[in-house]
Design a protein around this ligand. Structure first.
Ligand code: UDP
Length: 488
């Protein structure tokens, strides 16, 4: 496996490896740069299931060779202005990956059955060719988001549009996208800029893969998957969403069976304190606010969000980080919030990292103000939590669009780090989504239905019928085994 250099990619690859181990006796090697390998090692140590069949291989990489600060090996470690250099630097992993693949082939007397690579590592198709095996791409997000992301990068449809609204090739004509749903990098892209020069060739190479694994379930986004299959024209196996088992099959309760799964990160609050606090609140009354593992918002936006929350009077748990322009590792300063905000104790502020799975799995949590990262979206919906969307980067705006238009479980409050956010709008949307008798209750009901579909798709018990995502995994395994070279 060749995951991209971001924690949000490494962890789903690890989850995929674990899922493959549930039904096969394959030995899986995950290859990443030295610091990312150490990160994976700590995540495996925290949850060592099947670790004897999991190998971690370190690919030599020196960030200083690529005009990056020393020891920069993931998107989390690099300032926004330098992320593009990290993307371009990631292509330098091709040579060591080729070397590793050749040495595994030599040691085993046959090539690996398959190389599963990140969509951003399109060069992996060449590595697979070089050792005579197949390559399968894995997108850590859903079908709708993958289709939109690929098509927008390949076609840059907004460049040809006469207004802010545009159609995306592959999507139905009536399904309009808006330029505010594009990250500023894509909005400005013209095919010749550094972003296009990275994404366009890597995505095109990935489209030459033998097939595609998608971290989603067939039933939760039929339209997105139909669009994706028609657009990419190679087999798509929907093997997810890969969520912690306790989250899917434990009860939505106040207990502490969901306290694990921190992915090796230090929580900014004692998880038990979080649960005790949640236990003191009524069902579906709490708004959980998080912008994922690496994003944050602007300083003015942060202030308005805080004021809007106060005006709504709803209890909340907010994972806070310094606003844009400050070092994410800086101490959080109270001046970034209204005076006395924390002391008024309307909600809990969690610095840096929260036990998200446990919070979303608690019966008191009813709304999730989220950046709409795919893992967060799936975690929230699996627990029947309604979403207040604030997409920031990557394919998040497409996930938000899917949740608003196809699933009916999301209302957006803002987009991006530049949009104007007012306390009044925050208050309005929070009240709307938390109102059990109106739209909010309906959104939670629909989210609960999606949660049931997710559980059914991931169902393992044979007597109740294997879920569609487990059947897709079987199909994937059969397909790569039939394509595999016999041993020499
Ligand atoms: N997460 C967490 N605590 C936090 C922030 C994030 O446990 O304070 C986890 C969250 O549960 C999810 C992942 O980090 O599994 C974030 O992934 P997502 O795809 O939502 O967003 P990304 O971080 O890749 O933007």
């Amino acid at each position: 496996m060749l995951p991209f250099m971001a924690h949000g990619h490494l962890i789903p690859f690890l989850a995929l490896a674990r899922q493959i181990h549930q039904t096969t006796n394959f030995t899986i090697t995950i290859a990443a740069t030295p610091i990312n390998t150490a990160y994976l090692r700590s995540a495996v140590a925290a949850d060592p299931v099947h670790s004897h069949r999991l190998r971690l291989a370190s690919l030599p990489f020196n960030s200083s060779d690529h005009h990056l600060p020393p020891n920069t090996e993931s998107t989390e470690a690099v300032p926004l202005s330098q992320i593009i250099s990290l993307f371009h630097a990631s292509a330098a992993l091709e040579a060591p990956a080729r070397h590793l693949a050749a040495s595994i082939s030599a040691a085993e007397g046959r090539p690996p059955i398959c190389i599963i690579s990140d969509v951003f590592h399109g060069w992996a198709t060449r590595v697979a060719d070089s050792i005579g095996t197949v390559n399968v791409s894995f997108t850590t997000c859903g079908g709708y988001g993958t289709a939109a992301y690929i098509s927008v990068w390949q076609n840059l449809p907004h460049r040809k549009a006469e207004s802010d609204e545009f159609s995306v090739p592959g999507f139905p004509n009536g399904c309009k996208f808006h330029s505010s749903q594009l990250h500023p990098f894509i909005r400005a892209a013209d095919g010749k800029d550094p972003w296009s020069r990275f994404f366009q060739p890597q995505i095109s190479l990935s489209l030459g893969s033998f097939g595609w694994l998608c971290n989603t379930a067939e039933e939760i986004e039929p339209l997105g998957l139909q669009i994706l299959r028609k657009y990419i024209q190679i087999p798509v196996w929907t093997i997810g969403p890969l969520l912690p088992k306790a989250m899917l099959f434990g009860s939505k309760s106040s207990d502490s069976n969901l306290l694990g799964g921190h992915n090796g990160r230090q929580s900014g609050i004692s998880p038990q304190k979080c649960l005790d606090w949640l236990n003191s609140k009524p069902n579906n009354s709490v708004v959980y606010i998080s912008f994922g593992s690496q994003n944050t918002i602007g300083a003015t936006q942060m202030m308005e969000l805080a004021k809007g929350l106060e005006q709504s009077r709803k209890p909340f748990i907010w994972v806070i980080r310094p606003p844009i322009g400050f070092d994410p590792k800086d101490e959080f300063r109270s001046e970034w919030l209204p005076e006395g905000f924390e002391e008024r104790k309307q909600g809990l502020l969690v610095r840096g990292w929260a036990p998200q799975v446990a919070i979303l799995g608690h019966k008191s949590t009813g709304g999730f103000l989220s950046h709409c990262g795919w893992n967060s979206a799936m975690e929230g919906l699996s627990q029947g939590v309604a979403v207040i969307g604030w997409p920031l980067a990557a394919e998040q705006a497409y996930n938000s669009k899917l949740m608003m238009e196809e699933m009916g479980v999301c209302v957006e409050v803002a987009r991006g780090v530049q949009s104007e956010v007012t306390a009044e709008e925050v208050k309005r949307v929070v009240e709307l989504v938390m109102d059990e008798s109106g739209k909010g209750g309906e959104m939670r009901r629909k989210a609960g239905e999606i949660g049931e579909l997710i559980r059914a798709a991931m169902q393992e018990e044979e007597e109740e019928g294997k879920g569609s995502s487990l059947r897709a995994m079987d199909d994937f395994v059969s397909a790569i085994l039939s394509a595999a070279q016999p041993p020499q």
